[in-house]
Write a protein that binds this ligand. Structure first.
Ligand code: HEM
Length: 281
């Protein structure tokens, strides 16, 4: 009885995966992930080259080339927070994509478990240091509403991390996978912000909808919410297409993901050329 149930489940999964809709959805997800992975790797290179190297050399003033409120003489607690924040930024931006590669998970499950623990711990600490920098030290740029938006991002990261780990401990891997992907999206929020901003600048060729000096304006307010709400929305559309949509829904979602990936790729290109590469070399 059990044997026949398992074999029919496997059969139906195989059938499912052989439909053109499922194939195109899977290809679009791989396309999206490959470009996002490359973008995360460049971000990690940038963090290591700028903050890692200057930390190693004791040249803390260099932090302020990209942050108005980076290193502040005499503010020991603030400097420790920002130092920890940028070190963990490299750890989480590398560990996150590695965590969701299915082949790596199957090949070295122990790595997945250990990297998962590091990822969850890092997610919580980076959010707490981010909240400290936002509300206690105070950022020199942005607005109160943007601070609220990024703080919601921090709360979602901590919440999703707890939910994802609870389902992993309960060995409910179907639900765990979903929450782990939601966690990846909210953790990548600040990365999406940089990519979205540089895509916008690439399109307009000048700052539109915000002041580049005060870093305030309607575009940036919307982007600070959109950096995690839009990825979460598109992820839910992807889950829906995978589980419930017909062929048209699956193919339509695959096309949507492909178009979004091209836009994301353009934003990564803009961020790499305008922000990250000049600090790597
Ligand atoms: C979870 C993933 C996060 C990553 C990977 C990350 C990464 C970074 C990086 C690399 C910087 C240095 C600026 C740059 O070179 O671009 C930075 C600065 C900063 N981050 Fe985060 N961050 C994350 C989450 C957060 C959260 C959730 C908050 C707020 C609650 C936050 C608040 C800040 C603040 C206030 C600064 C300093 C900006 C300034 O004063 O100029 N970060 N972050």
């Amino acid at each position: 009885m059990l044997k026949s149930a398992i074999s029919s489940t496997i059969h139906s999964i195989k059938l499912n995966h052989s439909t053109p809709g499922d194939k195109s959805l899977a290809s679009s997800a791989i396309f999206w992930f490959s470009i996002a992975f490359i973008g995360h790797l460049i971000f990690v290179l940038y963090i290591v080259a700028l903050y890692g190297v200057s930390l190693f050399e004791g040249d803390f003033e260099r932090w302020n080339s990209m942050m108005p409120n980076g290193y502040t003489e005499g503010d020991i607690a603030g400097n420790i927070n920002i130092g920890l924040h940028v070190i963990l930024a490299a750890v989480i931006s590398l560990g996150g994509p590695l965590q969701i590669i299915p082949k790596l998970r199957a090949w070295v499950p122990r790595f997945h478990r250990w990297n998962g623990r590091v990822y969850i711990g890092t997610a919580v600490i980076i959010s707490l240091t981010g909240l400290y920098l936002t509300w206690i030290r105070g950022s020199a740029v942005g607005t109160f509403v943007m601070d609220i938006a990024i703080s919601i991002n921090a709360v979602l990261i901590i919440l999703f991390a707890i939910i994802a780990i609870r389902f992993a401990i309960a060995r409910n891997f179907t639900i765990h996978r979903k929450w782990a992907l939601r966690l990846f999206m909210v953790v990548s929020g600040v990365w999406f912000f940089r990519v979205g901003l540089m895509l916008w600048l690439l399109i307009h060729q000048r700052p539109v909808g915000f002041d580049p000096v005060t870093f305030q304006g309607p575009f940036l307010t919307v982007l600070t919410f959109a950096q995690y709400l839009l990825p979460l929305l598109f992820l839910e559309i992807y889950f829906w297409a995978q589980e419930r949509a017909g062929q048209t829904g699956k193919i339509g979602t695959a096309v949507l993901i492909a178009v979004l990936t091209i836009a994301m790729g353009a934003g990564i290109f803009g961020a790499t050329m305008g922000m990250w590469l000049p600090n790597i070399y």
